[in-house]
Design a binder for this molecule. Structure first.
Ligand code: FMN
Length: 149
C-alpha cells in the first residue's frame, strides 16, 4: 500500500484540516499518509511515494507561504524522478474570478515541468459552495488512489 505524501499549503487552516481529515479517515481504510504541513524539498526527494498537493490559494492566485519554499525550489531544481505520481486538491473562492484556485494550477505546472505524472483531474473546492472541504475531498481521494499506478 502506497504511503502518500500530502503537501499542504494553508493560510487559515482549511486546507490543513482537510489534509488531516484525509489522513485520518483513509488510514482507517488501510491507506498510509504523511501530512507535510511545512514541506521542504527533502521531503519530496527522499522517496518515490505519490504526492498529493492539498493547498489553498492566497494573494492573487498564489501559493500559501507554507508551500512557497518548496514551490520555488522545485522551479529551480529538477529532482523528481520522471513519472512520479501526483494529484492536486486546491481550495479557493470563485469570487476571486480569474485567480480562482490559482495555487493548484501553479503546483500542477511545476510538478509537470519536473516530469511528474498527473493522476486524475484537479479537485477545486470553492469556499462559496461548501464550508466542509473534507466532504468533497474524501471521495475524490478514494477515487484518486484507485487510479495510482
Ligand atoms: C487574502 C486572501 C486572498 C485570497 N486569494 C484567493 C485567490 O486568489 N483565489 C482563490 O481562488 N481564492 C482565494 N482566497 C480564498 C481562499 O483560498 C479560501 O478561502 C480557502 O478556503 C482558504 O483556505 P485556508 O484556510 O487553508 O487558507 C483568498 C483568501 C484570502 C483571505
Amino acid at each position: 500500500m502506497a504511503a502518500i505524501h500530502i503537501l499542504v499549503g494553508s493560510v487559515y487552516g482549511g486546507a490543513l484540516l482537510t489534509a488531516r481529515e484525509i489522513s485520518k479517515q483513509l488510514a482507517s481504510e488501510g491507506h498510509r499518509f504523511t501530512v507535510l504541513e511545512s514541506p521542504v524539498l527533502n521531503d519530496l526527494t527522499e522517496s518515490d511515494e505519490p504526492l498529493l498537493v492539498c493547498t489553498s490559494t492566497t494573494g492573487q492566485g498564489e501559493v500559501p507561504p507554507t508551500l512557497l519554499p518548496v514551490y520555488q525550489e522545485l522551479k529551480d531544481l529538477l529532482p523528481l524522478k520522471p513519472g512520479r505520481a501526483f494529484g492536486v486538491i486546491v481550495l479557493g473562492d470563485s469570487s476571486y474570478g480569474d485567480t480562482f484556485c490559482g495555487a493548484g494550477d501553479l503546483m500542477e505546472e511545476v510538478l509537470l515541468e519536473m516530469g511528474g505524472h498527473k493522476v486524475g483531474e484537479t479537485l477545486r473546492i470553492d469556499a462559496l459552495e461548501t464550508t466542509e472541504p473534507a466532504d468533497e475531498a474524501l471521495p475524490w481521494v478514494r477515487n484518486w488512489i484507485r487510479q495510482l499506478p
